[in-house]
Write a protein that binds this ligand. Structure first.
Ligand code: C2E
Ligand code: CA
Ligand code: CA
Ligand code: CA
Length: 279
């Protein structure tokens, strides 16, 4: 009846309104948060089972706002992309990560590489090559110690441009990884033509591989395929020893996940590396 429909509509619009309000709040607080330095960067190790070493880590943004509390990166990254703040956010995380890792490397024999996530908007619509070049020139860090992680959304938006930009980035000496592999429209055709040295299997597949036989076969096939195409493979979301052992058996190059370490602040990451070395 009409009344029910009307009620549904009101309910729906109230919910929409709540969502829009939250979005606006996040957008405004994010602008202030960037100025007030509320954002920090955490580091998560990528463990190499073949050598029992950690020579790479991923930089992950964290945001704690006095009004909103901790906001998940999934949420504020999306808002930042839509509100035009992603460039500032991207510059922040890039510079912080490079500064932190340069500092960390002063005390290390084997240099640490850092992976920074780059959103599709940044790769396609900002002068990313110049930004990477400039950020690197401010640090005494070799370009090969920087890796960028991109997702398939970039390839779907504009494959030709993405390939062109990635070629330029690799010419700088910066490495490229394809993130969340398997979740989007990944195809063999994409991967073989993509200038990247690494693919990251999405944590969804990794977590399901001990539950569903199909997912285990899929993970094994992705690793075999990546090897055939001369790409390194990272498994993310590794939470148990059983996962680690199976992935190692399949030939996975790097293991990332809570089983090794969650993302942590720089000082805790440094302690983690010291503990590993002395173990
Ligand atoms: P992502 O790039 O796929 O990052 C991996 C996510 O998995 C991270 O979530 C990480 O904390 C989480 N994770 C790591 N190990 C495990 C595990 O063993 N189990 C489970 N369940 N999760 C694990 P986080 O930090 O919440 O980040 C979410 C997403 O936000 C990232 O997904 C990335 O897409 C985006 N993001 C984070 N930092 C940045 C950034 O600096 N720039 C951009 N553009 N995006 C970022
Ligand atoms: Ca990532
Ligand atoms: Ca991922
Ligand atoms: Ca993800």
């Amino acid at each position: 009846s009409k009344t029910v429909k009307r009620g549904e509509f009101l309910f729906y619009s109230a919910e929409m309104n709540e969502q829009a309000q939250r979005r606006l709040l996040v957008e405004n607080q994010l602008r202030k948060g960037l100025e007030r330095e509320e954002l920090t960067v955490y580091y998560q190790p990528l463990y190499q089972p073949q050598t029992d070493q950690v020579t790479c880590c991923e930089a992950l943004l964290r945001w704690n706002n006095p009004e909103l509390g901790p906001v998940r990166p999934d949420e504020f990254i999306e808002v930042a992309e839509e509100s035009g703040q992603i460039e500032a956010l991207g510059q922040f995380v890039l510079n912080r990560a490079l500064t932190d890792i340069s500092q960390l490397n002063l005390q290390r024999h084997t240099p640490m590489q850092v992976a920074v996530n780059i959103s599709a908007k940044q790769l396609l619509y900002s002068p990313i090559v110049e930004q990477l070049q400039q950020a690197l020139s401010h640090q005494s860090l070799d370009a090969s110690l920087l890796k960028i992680e991109i997702t398939e959304s970039v390839l779907i938006a504009d494959f030709e441009t993405a390939v062109m930009v990635l070629r330029q980035i690799r010419q700088l000496g910066v490495h490229v990884a394809l993130d969340d592999f398997g979740t989007g429209y990944s195809s063999l055709a994409y991967l073989s033509r993509l200038p990247c040295e690494e693919i990251k299997i999405d944590k969804e597949f990794v977590q399901n591989m001990l539950i569903h036989r199909d997912d285990e076969n899929l993970v094994q096939s992705i690793i075999a395929m990546a090897k055939a195409l001369n790409r390194r493979v990272v498994a993310e979301g590794v939470e148990t020893l059983e996962h680690l052992e199976k992935l190692t058996l399949f030939g996975c190059d790097y293991i990332q996940g809570y089983y090794i370490s969650p993302p942590v602040p720089l000082d805790a990451f440094s302690r983690f590396l010291d503990d590993m070395a002395s173990a």
